[in-house]
Write a protein that binds this ligand. Structure first.
Ligand code: HEC
Length: 91
């Protein structure tokens, strides 16, 4: 019974850690450019969830982002972003 009560807390903590890691990726692979080239879309903790669907479209469907080939996403980073997007969708 105690364990069941702790489970939601565990998943929340996990989701939090994932979100932090994804923000780190957005910061290093996206924001460095957006800050200069697309300042209305600099991702942060507050706005990233609202941008999740657009990010998914641009990165995985249209494959337009990250723009330029200087700083591509690693497989691991792509996996992290995908799982965060699906977590946001299921909320
Ligand atoms: C080298 C520059 C650069 C990098 C790196 C970059 N972007 Fe962009 N991004 C742009 C520019 C410029 C625009 C606005 C013009 C456009 O959409 O082509 C844009 C637009 C967008 C848009 C809005 C597009 C739309 O029409 O709805 C999203 C979402 C986006 N970027 C996500 C990302 C994500 C996620 C990353 C990192 C994985 C990233 N971008 C990396 C330059 C960049």
């Amino acid at each position: 019974m105690k364990l069941l009560l702790l489970l939601p807390a565990f998943f929340t903590m996990n989701a939090d850690a994932d979100k932090k890691a994804v923000l780190q990726v957005l910061e290093t692979k996206c924001n460095y450019c957006h800050r200069v080239a697309n300042p209305y879309r600099v991702f942060n903790r507050k706005n990233m969830d609202t941008n999740a669907a657009d990010i998914y479209q641009q990165v995985f469907v249209k494959k337009r982002m990250p723009m330029g080939d200087g700083n591509p996403l690693s497989e691991q980073e792509q996996t992290m972003i995908k799982s965060w997007v699906s977590a946001v969708r299921n909320n």
